[in-house]
Design a protein around this ligand. Structure first.
Ligand SMILES: [Zn+2]
Ligand SMILES: [Zn+2]
Length: 233
């Protein structure tokens, strides 16, 4: 679900990018923006696929997954930060532009703070760093891979209770400690956590076992029903 953005300059490029796939973005009264089809699809046909704008693995003490491809087994820690894990040099190289910035931020953290790096915190850190890489044109921005699409996602802030608001604000403060130089303030990071709770998707293996979390801002335009904060369908 997407809220009315003040600056919706991303809309026309997005429409052009997805029209060849038989898709368009429309606005429906009471529902906001919706991803709708312009052609018939057959059962089982893939309607849309997208790489996440940002993702983070659910690395715990029992199971851990590669930062790049979410594979498990035989993983090696990044030798500098000892937080990121990789299945091999291929994933490490592919992830390096983003992880280089993340790594610099993580090595300066105390052991206590590193232990507070949950999947959600890492996802937000990576989201903000990816925004910076696009802003600085280190990586390209495209019609379907653009921080403006993230900003346009519904945050449902008015539905947060006091406890959730305090929790997201605390998480935002931790992100600010990891990334003190980020241009995004605590209030906006708090709003982004609410956006993640409404819109982020679990990344699962073929047997639907969760491996991590990702934010797919075009796929999130598809109207989805919120089951609970943090779990959507
Ligand atoms: Zn990998
Ligand atoms: Zn590292």
């Amino acid at each position: 679900m997407v809220e009315e953005a003040k600056n919706n300059s991303y809309m026309e490029p997005l429409r052009r990018a997805i029209e060849a796939k038989g898709l368009t973005v429309t606005t429906q009264q009471g529902k906001g923006r919706c991803l709708t089809t312009t052609v018939d699809f057959s059962p089982g046909q893939v309607i849309i696929s997208q790489e996440p704008y940002a993702s983070a693995p659910s690395n715990g003490t029992i199971n851990s997954f590669c930062d790049g491809c979410f594979a498990s087994g035989g993983l090696k820690f990044c030798s500098k930060c000892r937080v990121a894990r990789y299945c091999g040099s291929g994933c490490q190289k592919l992830e390096w532009k983003l992880h280089q910035l993340e790594c610099e931020a993580l090595v300066g953290l105390s052991k206590d703070r590193r232990e507070m790096l949950t999947t959600s915190i890492r996802l937000m850190v990576r989201l903000l760093l990816r925004r910076r890489l696009q802003y600085e044109k280190v990586i390209p921005t495209t019609a379907t891979d653009d921080y403006e699409l993230v900003e346009a996602l519904e945050a449902h802030m008015s539905e947060l209770n006091e406890e959730q608001l305090v929790l997201y604000a605390q998480m935002a403060n931790l992100v600010k400690l990891v990334l003190p130089s980020t241009e995004i303030d605590v209030k906006n990071i708090t709003k982004n956590f609410s956006r993640l709770a409404c819109n982020a998707h679990s990344i699962c293996d073929s047997e639907l076992r969760p491996l991590g979390t990702g934010l797919y801002p075009v796929i999130s335009i598809i109207n989805h029903r919120k089951i609970s904060r943090g779990a959507c369908c």
